[in-house]
Design a protein. Structure first.
Length: 122
């Protein structure tokens, strides 16, 4: 089990809520694409819980319709996600910015293929 903080700011609010998220994955140095997908899903669920605290813990999440970036944070990286209801920054995680960026891009490309979504989403 790996845990990390997710800081969420909802649209229309001027404060952040930080949640400690636990995901059944190894540490970042051992992440494969499936682990990255699980981490992204939990970040999106954290945003949803910030707006809807009574939301079911295992609510289905589809990896579409959001902007993301991997940014350096000292010697580590963070994952920033923005969706219509707000934004989140997860981490920091040990790792390489380019490697995690490539892995997330691969995960999202596969998700689009599996769900029949358009090839490019802006």
């Amino acid at each position: 089990m790996f845990s990390f903080p997710v800081e969420v700011v909802l649209k229309g609010r001027d404060f952040a809520v930080t949640e400690q998220v636990a995901v059944d994955v190894p540490g970042p140095s051992a992440w494969v694409d499936e682990h990255v997908r699980d981490v992204l899903v939990e970040i999106l669920r954290a945003i949803d819980r910030a707006e809807n605290p009574k939301t079911a813990a295992e609510r289905i999440i589809v990896l579409r319709g959001f902007s993301w970036i991997v940014e350096p944070a000292g010697n580590e990286v963070v994952i920033a996600i923005e969706i219509p209801m707000g934004a989140a920054v997860a981490g920091p995680f040990p790792g390489n910015q380019a490697d995690l960026t490539e892995r997330i891009a691969r995960v999202l490309k596969l998700e689009r293929q599996l769900t029949g979504a358009p090839g490019t989403v802006h």
